[in-house]
Design a protein around this ligand. Structure first.
Ligand SMILES: [Zn+2]
Length: 342
């Protein structure tokens, strides 16, 4: 039976474009690493098209785009590429589009700055800052030693060099694309100043990775800003999005299937984190615990080694939230591990 909240039951098959509405198209770009796919959207524009998000900088994504542009869009002019946030699966080919097609690049200032900054940061060996951060989060010593010898993740391996010039998009701006008005909201928590676009006339809401169906967006602390409180920022952004008048939007997310029910999904995601915070608070009680120690309270499954770094980032995010709220205190062990206690 068809689920009324998910009007498209299946993903478009590989290399196929799915028409969402007149002038709005969806493509699922398969990714060879990280997450399995990213959704990108294409809007008809006056004398051309506007592309929203790009996939990774890799041969298969480039090949996919060449096919789409040639077969489905008759190599129309690309007026602009709008990038929702700086993560490689969304920003990876921004520089490629600029270089190949001389398109305009539109994004928020934080997305552009963060992306550009991270491409300049190239490590041949695992950085001591990352190792220290994982140690402080309680990663087991044997795993830290293993990580020390691993090839580090370099953002620039998956993101084409980011061009010098871009067009800044600001909060509450109204963009005109294909004679339609698109309203901009900049959100935080998953990524700084993540760009959300919605069009009341088309009743389409492009939620990027802020509001996803099926999975909860990753809310993580990274070694670049160990004291960050992204969960507080996420809650604040969700509250702001919740104030948008609900016009029964079809939500087009960065991953998974388009869906209806924006408000209820926002509520589910906020509730999900709030109940996790309660579980963590109870779990800590009087016994000092590290970010690694709280995994059983935060996740309902065992975390394997390949998920460890992301899971630690999420755990630190929840602990930093409770710490900033004054609910728990932080002590540092002789080994340099942050331990949290009530
Ligand atoms: Zn993503």
């Amino acid at each position: 039976m068809k689920n009324k909240n998910f009007p498209f039951e299946n993903f478009p098959t590989d290399r196929k474009v799915c028409k969402i509405k007149e002038g709005v198209y969806w493509v699922k770009i398969l990714l060879p690493f990280m997450i399995s796919h990213v959704n990108v959207y294409i809007l008809d524009d006056v004398d051309g098209i506007t592309i929203i998000d790009t996939g990774l900088f890799c041969d298969s994504c480039i090949d996919n785009w060449r096919n789409i542009l040639r077969n489905d869009f008759n190599n129309k002019d690309i007026n602009r590429v709008i990038v929702t946030h700086h993560h490689p699966d969304h920003m990876g080919l921004m520089g490629w589009f600029k270089e190949k097609f001389n398109t305009e690049i539109w994004t928020s200032r934080s997305s552009w700055l963060t992306g550009r900054m991270l491409t300049l940061d190239y490590n041949k060996v695992m950085s001591q800052d990352s190792l220290n951060f994982w140690l402080s989060a309680g990663m087991p010593y044997a795993l830290i030693e293993k990580k020390r010898l691993e090839k580090p993740f370099n953002f620039g391996d998956f993101v084409k060099k980011i061009p010098l010039g871009y067009r800044r998009v600001i909060d509450d701006e109204v963009l005109t694309i294909g004679n339609k008005k698109w309203f901009v909201k900049l959100t935080n928590g998953h990524a700084p100043e993540q760009l959300i676009l919605y069009c009341p006339e088309l009743k389409i809401f492009i939620s990027a990775d802020q509001i996803l169906p099926g999975i909860s967006p990753n809310i993580s602390v990274y070694p670049t800003e160990p004291n960050a409180d992204p969960l507080a920022e996420y809650f604040e952004s969700c509250e702001m999005l919740d104030k948008i008048k609900d016009l029964d939007y079809l939500v087009l997310p960065g991953h998974n299937l388009p869906f209806y029910g924006l408000k209820s999904r926002i509520k589910q995601l906020v509730d999900h984190h709030e109940t996790a915070l309660k579980r963590i608070e109870e779990y800590i009680n009087k016994n000092p615990k590290s970010a690694f120690d709280i995994f059983p309270a935060l996740f309902k499954r065992t975390i394997n080694e390949s998920e460890m770094v992301l899971a630690l980032g999420e755990a630190v995010a929840h602990l930093n939230y409770l710490l900033n709220y004054g609910i728990i205190k932080r002590e540092v062990s002789d080994e340099g591990v942050n331990l949290f206690v009530k």
